[in-house]
Each structure stands twice: as C-alpha cells, then as structure tokens.
Write a new protein. Structure first.
Length: 222
C-alpha cells in the first residue's frame, strides 16, 4: 500500500486540494513550492499530505482518526479519496499555531465541506487534549487509518503513539509526522526517540520511514 507515496499524480492532487483551501502565507507557499519542485525534477514528493493521500487512495479507509488537525490539510486528503469515511479529528485549537490563525472546529467543518462537497461520511471533532478527551470518545473503536501530528514534545508524541497504535485496525496504518531528531521543547526525548520507543513496545506492525520535506513514519498493522 506504500508503493505510490510521493508519486506525481498523488502530488498533483494534493497541490490541487491545498490550492482550494484557506490561505496560509507562513506555511503553504513553502509546501507547494517543494511539491512542485520535486515534480519538475521527476523525484518523489514526500511529506505528510502526500503520504496520507497515497494511503487513502490505496486503502479507501472506512474510518480515520487524526490528532492535530489545524487547518485540515491532511483530513481533506482522506475525504477526497474515501467519501463515506467516518472521521474523528482531535485538536486543542491553539491560537496562532504555526504562526497563523487556528479557526476552530466549527469553521473547519464548513471549510472541508466547501473543498469536498461530495463527502457524506460522519465527521466528529474532539476539542481538547488527546490524552484527556479521546479515550472516552473512541473507546473500543478501531480505525483503518490514523495520523499522529499533535503534541510535538517527545513524551507527548510517545503518549499519542501509545494511545493510537492499539486502535489501528488489522491491515490499517498509522502515520507519524515530523520524524526528526528534535522536539518543540528541546527536551531529552526527541520525536524520533518517541517513534523508536513505540516500535519497541508494539508488535505486529511493519515500520517504514520516508524522507522528504520532513521525514514521515508509517506503521502498518498485520
């Protein structure tokens, strides 16, 4: 299911979807420039949104969980590929996260509907910290796809991985963004450390890493 990650058609479709979404002068120009530059060079365009889009295209997930939603760039890729997918998104909606406004769940619901009006699945937003709010909302559920892109401290990322990996359905996949040797708090545990610790704790997965604009990890459950 990972063969198409970074391919030209996926990158083109990601570019098209991002161009339709609300402007983000701080982050979006760099992302679009990277995708276009890689395509012009005939090289894989690998970053979180192309990974999500490629997996969703292959898997046609019936359920998707996302921690760290922000402006909905990743969620929009799943919606476009699986119109009936039941989606749960969790975010604390930190003001001015990433240097741009964070408009909140109500606004985002309308934005995603505007971008993908054909989507007819159930969209649920969980407001607050993932460790506090998600367990009661998704208790007992399994998800075909999961994206962990929330807390960017090492311990916080590890906690999200520990929470989400058991919720990946057989044959499903978890995507982990920003697989880097650092963290937002510059703490002793990096995001890569968190990923490797999760690897040591969870059996039954195959683990993949994709280098690109920012490294991305993918764990596929047997």
């Amino acid at each position: 299911m990972i063969d198409s990650i970074g391919t030209g058609q996926v990158a083109q479709d990601v570019i098209r979807s991002l161009e339709m979404m609300v402007p983000d002068p701080v982050n979006k120009p760099q992302l679009l420039d990277y995708l276009r530059r890689q395509m012009d060079r005939g090289k894989p365009a690998v970053e979180l949104r192309t990974v999500i889009r490629a997996l969703a295209r292959q898997m046609k997930p019936r359920s998707y969980l996302e921690i760290g939603v922000r402006l909905g760039w990743s969620m929009a890729q799943v919606m476009a590929e699986s119109l009936d997918c039941a989606i749960v998104g969790c975010d604390s909606w930190v003001v001015n996260y990433g240097g741009v406004p964070n408009y909140g769940a109500g606004w985002l619901r309308q934005e995603l509907k505007r971008v993908t009006p054909e989507y007819r699945g159930l969209l649920t937003f969980v407001n607050g910290e993932s460790q506090k709010e998600l367990p009661t909302v998704v208790v007992g559920r399994k998800f075909d796809m999961v994206c962990v892109d929330g807390d960017h401290t090492g311990p916080g990322a590890l906690a999200d991985l520990r929470l989400c990996l058991p919720m990946v359905a057989p044959g499903g996949a978890l995507v982990f963004d920003d697989l880097v040797d650092g963290s937002d708090d510059n703490g002793a545990m990096t995001l890569r450390d968190a990923w490797q610790q999760a690897m040591s704790e969870h059996e039954g997965f195959t683990w993949h890493e994709f280098d690109g604009l920012v490294p991305v990890g993918v764990a596929v459950r047997a």
